[in-house]
Design a protein around this ligand. Structure first.
Ligand code: ADP
Ligand code: MG
Length: 245
């Protein structure tokens, strides 16, 4: 199929009287990596949550591969949501399930994948994230970086078309950040479409095709990393980058 794999049109979101997204327009191509930067409270998480409809929007639309997730009924919503993997700042693994059980839960329950196939899938994904030896461990026995890599494997288990990352390394000790970014870098190289909220400017500069600067619910500036980081046009982008770089 042609056309953008994510299309966001005039997206508005309010919490009470506070409008946190003020008309977001965004089209993401297949295989594109878009990094979203911006101050705390600017609406970055809300935007990701509207894209997989963990939040409903008040105005506008979100289309996944041409189909409107923002207005989908329950059956359609589940189908569309399974095309969108999400990784959170805190890993949200199930503590009472092993690594393999965490990864295979959705494919087994939703896709009715037989146990042997599910185990093989988990094995492949653990290989991919460099944790083949942790299949039978419980999350509490793993470092934060390892848990986040399991969370990425779990998101990939449903074979999503798109991966959303919401500050995936912000809760990690500094020495564990690199191993998670490496897995994300590999995914990007394989052609996964990725939308990544991050404060890792080095990663954004290296991996992103496009960087968006969001402030107060608006995309203030967007462009290739070299443009945003080296020649930001908007004074607020410049001020933000001065603080974080
Ligand atoms: P960011 O991810 O950029 O830090 P968020 O999208 O989390 O920003 O939040 C944007 C604004 O919306 C903030 O002011 C935040 O306090 C508010 N907000 C986020 N989630 C909720 C919620 N569930 N209820 C009320 N306000 C919220
Ligand atoms: Mg956030």
């Amino acid at each position: 199929m042609s056309g953008p794999i994510i299309r966001v049109e005039n997206l508005h979101k309010c919490y009470g009287k506070v409008e946190v997204l003020k008309g977001i327009d965004l089209a993401v191509s297949r295989g594109e990596v878009v990094c979203i930067i911006g101050p705390s409270g600017s609406g970055k998480s809300t935007l990701l949550r509207c894209i997989n409809r963990l939040e409903t929007c008040d105005r506008g639309r979100v289309l996944i591969d041409g189909q409107e997730i923002s207005a989908a009924g329950e059956v359609e919503l589940n189908r569309l949501r399974s095309q969108v993997g999400m990784v959170f700042q805190r890993f949200h693994l199930f503590p009472h399930l092993t690594v393999t059980e965490n990864i295979t839960l959705a494919p087994r329950q939703v896709r009715k994948l037989p146990p042997e196939q599910a185990a093989a899938l988990a094995g492949d994904l653990l290989q991919k994230v460099g944790l083949a030896d942790k299949a039978e461990q419980y999350p509490s026995r793993l470092s934060g970086g390892q848990q986040q890599r399991v969370a990425i494997a779990r998101a990939l288990a449903m074979a999503p078309k798109i991966m959303l990352f919401d500050e995936p390394t912000s809760a990690l000790d500094p020495e564990l950040v690199g191993e998670v970014l490496q897995v994300m870098r590999d995914l990007a190289r394989e052609g996964m479409t990725m939308l990544v909220v991050t404060h890792e400017m080095g990663f954004a500069r290296e991996v992103a095709h496009r960087v968006l600067f969001i402030d107060q619910g608006t995309i203030l500036e967007a462009g290739p990393p070299a443009q945003i980081f080296d020649r930001p046009a908007n004074p607020r982008t410049r001020e933000f980058l001065r603080k974080v770089l």
